[in-house]
Design a protein around this ligand. Structure first.
Ligand code: ADP
Length: 634
């Protein structure tokens, strides 16, 4: 029989498939099953208009038959089949634009890792088979045809026998090599796994004979000491679930079903904290089923963690982790999106730029936010559990992308405060603000306990004003990004303007400062470059001293940067603030007034170090400082 040549394009594609070093060869099964399922759809469609077509309702199926002895895997369907001419046209040329586009991409990149992103179609069979046979009989035709090919050098077509309408694609699997096992595609367990992974939601049943161990029936005359016996039974089973959970209305699905689905699919031993379903019809049609995990995945804050949702197109998985569907701030969300608007053939690069994807991503972002807000309102305890697991991510979200997501996230943030130990939102803070309170106040500290005892806090707290306690490194960046809430500015309690002053107060302050100038000059002179300035404090009430910072960089930020590998050089402009009303200040002034500069400079050192300690900043020379303090005792 004469060999026919493939069209040039097809030949090249075939060569690529045969010599592919691609690791996802397994997707050939997805492609063949999709073709088989399409063929069934086509027959069903034909039956709508053609009375002569007898569709065997309930019997339409795709069948997988591994045969170890013959080393073949057959994918069969009772769909529409192909005529001789269709065989030529469909399997002798690249039938569809997707395959063509794939080939062009391959030529361009010479990279083999892009196959899985395309619907590469029928030719992918040659990634695992050294011979492919297609036995097919078209609906309405008496004759069947056998198409056969061993690769790029061509194919043959000959008349054949097939009792029923439909198609068998018979793959003779390649010999195993050291790198690659092709025998795995003869293993029913492996095939089941692959169907679950890629084709679980194909609309038609995928059937396979599966060996099962089961307990023999207990004989009627079995005695007391009867031991149960096991037997192997081969049974044809449906190995896909067909109807995806997300296609079913939420009211018809039990929460346990959602939980099980989540746990199986995303390998979590805990049930999800929240289940979110949403769908849309219109410019873009999609259904989404999303989950918020109950705990932080162990690798969540590492580079290894990959965000993304599974993207399906009419029940066929086209991308396992589609990152573009989720904003970074919600990267903890897991789930699936199914949209018939994506074709199987779309490449990753193209997908990124499709408008559909962007529309879906925007809708999901809004939906996730609203669901979290609802949780916050309806079930505070659960929300706090969520906050515990992913609150830090939301805070990062506020800061990242130049604050682009701050509006989205603001109402989801929780903070500790000076009033009670319940976490509150910024909205709640504003709602219970005191009469005439000019700002929202915050203070940074290592812990809530420390925050409460910082000297800077006293003055504001005495006014009856609530103070947000910032205890995580990112917090200061968060308040800086937010800058205001409902028209009210966020202000550090260490800000000299934290409490607005009257003109009289201002004048008094200026006069005090003028009087204190010799003392302040002496302090600055003694400490030199260690501080940017010495100042009379307007933020201290009873404590004698504290450290604050001028300019945009706070002390907390300095601490944060000092931990980064290459951010160590960033320093805040330190300001030593002295309380002119305090006894230690009076002692310092008295020493200076009496001309005892040695004593005065020791006092300055002590005050400076007290301020460092309070601020949680390291002391440059602990030994020298200890000596100094102990020296005062003798
Ligand atoms: P695609 O399925 O994306 O069009 P393929 O290369 O996989 O591209 O298949 C080419 C064509 O061959 C299909 O469009 C279809 O017409 C035909 N075909 C493939 N498999 C079958 C099948 N099992 N039954 C009927 N027709 C088929």
């Amino acid at each position: 029989m004469a060999k026919k040549q493939f069209k040039a394009e097809s030949k090249r594609l075939m060569e690529l498939m045969i010599h592919s070093i691609y690791t996802h060869r397994e997707i050939f099964l997805r492609e063949l099953i999709s073709n088989a399922s399409d063929a069934i759809d086509k027959l069903a469609y034909l039956a709508l208009t053609d009375d002569s077509v007898q569709l065997k309702r309930g019997q339409m199926k795709v069948t997988l038959t591994p045969d170890r002895a013959a080393r073949t895997l057959t994918v069969s369907d009772n769909g529409i089949g192909m005529t001789q001419e269709e065989l030529e046209r469909n399997l002798g040329t690249i039938a569809k634009s997707g395959s063509l586009q794939f080939k062009q991409e391959m030529d361009r990149k010479q990279a083999a890792d892009i196959i899985g992103q395309f619907g590469v179609g029928f030719y992918s069979a040659f990634m695992v088979a050294d011979q492919v046979t297609v036995l097919t009989r078209r609906q309405g035709e008496p004759d069947a045809w056998r198409w056969q090919s061993e690769g790029a050098d061509g194919y043959t077509i000959a008349p054949a026998q097939r009792d029923e309408v439909g198609t068998d694609v018979i793959l003779h699997l390649k010999e195993d090599t050291e790198e690659e096992s092709y025998s795995q595609y003869l293993d029913t367990g492996r095939l089941q796994e692959l169907v679950k992974k890629y084709s679980d939601y194909i609309r038609h049943p995928i059937r396979m004979v599966v060996e099962q161990r089961r307990m023999k029936e207990k004989p009627a005359d079995a005695g007391e000491d009867y031991q149960p016996e096991w037997e192997s039974v081969a049974e044809e089973q449906t190995i896909n679930s067909m109807v995806p959970l997300w296609q079913r209305p939420r009211s018809k699905v039990k929460q346990e079903e959602y939980d099980r689905f989540y746990q199986d699919k995303f390998l979590d031993w805990q049930a999800p904290l929240a289940t979110i379903t949403t769908s849309s019809e219109g410019t873009v049609t999609f259904k989404a089923l999303l989950f918020v995990p109950a705990a932080t995945p162990f690798d969540f804050y590492t580079r290894e963690y990959e965000k993304g949702l599974q993207l399906y197109s009419s029940g066929v998985l086209i991308m396992d982790k589609c990152a573009d569907l989720l904003p970074d701030c919600f990267r903890f969300v897991k789930g699936v999106v199914d949209s018939p608007d994506f074709s199987l053939n779309i490449s990753r690069e193209m997908l990124q730029h499709t408008r559909q994807l962007q529309i879906i991503a925007a809708a999901l972002e809004k939906k996730i936010k609203n669901e979290l807000l609802k949780l916050l309102q309806d079930n505070r305890e659960r929300y706090e559990k969520f906050w515990d697991a992913f609150g830090l991510q939301l805070k990062y979200g506020v800061v990242e992308q130049y604050g682009a997501k701050k509006e989205l996230l603001r109402d989801l943030l929780l903070f500790h405060t000076s009033k009670g130990d319940k976490l509150i939102t910024l909205k709640e803070y504003v709602q219970r603000m005191a009469e005439g309170q000019p700002f929202l106040y915050y203070v940074s500290a290592q812990s809530v306990e420390q925050a409460a005892r910082l000297p800077q806090v006293e003055r504001i707290a005495d006014q009856g004003y609530e103070i947000l306690y910032l205890t995580q490194e990112v917090d200061e960046f968060v308040v800086q990004a937010l800058s205001e809430v409902e028209g009210k500015q966020l202000k550090s309690v260490a800000d000299p303007d934290a409490l607005p002053e009257t003109d009289g107060e201002k004048a008094a302050q200026e006069e005090q400062e003028a009087q204190a100038k010799p003392v302040l000059d002496f302090v600055k002179e003694t400490l030199g470059d260690k501080i940017h300035a010495a100042r009379l404090s307007r933020i201290l009430k009873s404590a004698p001293v504290c450290m604050s910072a001028d300019g945009p960089m706070s002390l907390e930020m300095e601490k944060y940067f000092s931990k980064l590998e290459n951010g160590g050089g960033m320093k805040a402009q330190r300001v030593l603030e002295l309380n002119a009303q305090s006894a230690p200040y009076a002692a310092l002034k008295a020493a200076l007034d009496s001309g005892d500069r040695d004593k005065a400079s020791k006092y300055v050192q002590i005050l400076y170090h007290q301020a460092l300690l309070l601020a949680g900043l390291p002391i440059d020379d602990p030994a020298a400082y200890t000596e100094l303090v102990c020296g005062l005792m003798v």
